[in-house]
Design a protein around this ligand. Structure first.
Ligand code: ASP
Length: 372
């Protein structure tokens, strides 16, 4: 048997004590591939993997949020960002990382996605979600699903197991069943605080409707609270192989009707990922995010205008959207792992974690807080 001595320094030193040349050659090949694996592990170890998540943007009234509620949000955000981070740390893919992070938030009653989704005008829940890979621009999305426990899993199944990008309503649910995804009664998504928001929202809508009948702009009227839409969730990540991914999931807007679909499941509006530029997940007044194709616009500015992802996101959120009257925010990551999270509202639930660091959680326009 050849004797092999591995030094702890920069390379391998080996002493071959063997009289059979053929075996020596095979052994040399083994050493070369071991060395190549070591180099690629070293490259991977230096790759700046990272994840950033959001749990919705809007009017988050500091005074109205009790310390216990704030703590609950911070805990849930930390749990979600850590779930995604662990995948990345162990060498998993960014698409798995964003899926895991969004799953945690969909299963939490605190966010407007999955359990905790807002109510439609009729008193049910219609869920939208999307997911995208930055390496090959594969994408999947679902809109208006009512019985799929985790819409992000269905969006992912659409991406991976169908020839389509977007499925909706009953057909999407049929596909979910075929894929063996967990189905639940629509009442699974009920929460008391969202129900109270529905009652208030409907009262505000009726008042506005009485004043100016058939106006589509009821949500921009004085009585409307942006808090009623809050809580869409999203995640973007960069893995050790340098691949970006993004996922977004939402219940949409409180009291939405007529089958309204927002930006969250629209690729390029509420979600986008491209290794050549950046990955984005959005939250806010979806109609504006669709019209201003927010996620794709940010990445296009990076790709074609050569601005940084942070600058591009600031331009779109603080200039384009503000001019148009659109409220909300985005989480953005470029292909080097640089993160930005601009929003033009009072707050945005958010958290990030970069390689080897503790998670940072923030809600208002203040500095992020590091946590365990
Ligand atoms: N963007 C979501 C929608 O319009 C709502 C939100 O993020 O608050 O459906």
């Amino acid at each position: 048997m050849p004797a092999l001595q591995l030094s702890a320094g920069s390379g391998y030193h080996c002493f071959i004590d063997n009289q059979f040349p053929g075996e020596n050659m095979r052994f040399s090949a083994l050493i070369v591939s071991l060395a190549a694996a070591a180099v690629s592990t070293a490259v991977m170890a230096n790759t700046p993997y990272a994840i950033v998540i959001h749990g919705g943007a809007g009017t988050i009234n500091k005074a109205a949020l009790t310390p216990a509620q704030q703590q609950a949000y911070e805990t849930a955000l930390t749990e979600a960002v850590n779930a995604g981070y662990q995948v990345l740390e162990q060498g998993g893919s960014s698409i798995d990382a964003v899926t895991q992070a969004v799953l945690v938030m969909e299963d939490s009653p605190l966010f407007n996605a999955g359990k905790g989704a807002v109510y439609t005008y009729e008193g049910g829940h219609d869920l939208d979600a999307s997911i995208m890979r930055g390496d090959n621009l594969a994408a999947g999305a679902v809109a208006g699903v009512t019985t799929v426990k985790n819409p992000v899993l269905l969006a992912r199944a659409v991406m991976e197991k169908s020839e389509h990008v977007m499925l909706s309503g009953k057909g999407a649910e049929e596909f979910a069943k075929l894929q063996g995804l967990t189905l639940v009664d629509n009442r699974h998504f009920d929460t008391q605080f969202r129900y109270e928001a529905l009652i208030k929202a409907k009262a505000a809508m009726e008042k506005a409707e009485a004043k100016t009948p058939h106006q589509a702009s009821v949500r921009l009227s004085a009585g409307w609270s942006p808090a009623w839409n809050m809580g869409t969730v999203g995640a973007v990540a960069l893995d050790k192989s340098g691949n970006l991914a993004a996922a977004t999931s939402t219940g949409g807007m409180t009291a939405k009707r007529y089958g309204r679909i927002g930006d969250a499941p629209i690729i390029g509006a509420g979600n986008f990922a491209d290794n050549q530029s950046c990955a984005v997940s959005a939250t806010g007044h979806g109609e504006f995010f669709i019209r201003y194709r927010v996620a794709a616009d940010i990445c296009a500015r990076v790709k074609y205008a050569g601005v940084s992802a942070a600058e591009a996101a600031n331009q779109v959120i603080h200039q384009e959207l503000v001019k148009a009257g659109g409220t909300g925010g985005v989480i953005v990551m470029d292909n080097k792992g640089n993160i930005s999270w601009p929003f033009n509202t009072e707050g945005m639930y958010r958290a990030k974690r970069t390689a080897g660091q503790l998670p940072e959680v923030a809600i208002f326009q203040d500095l992020a807080k590091k946590s365990q």
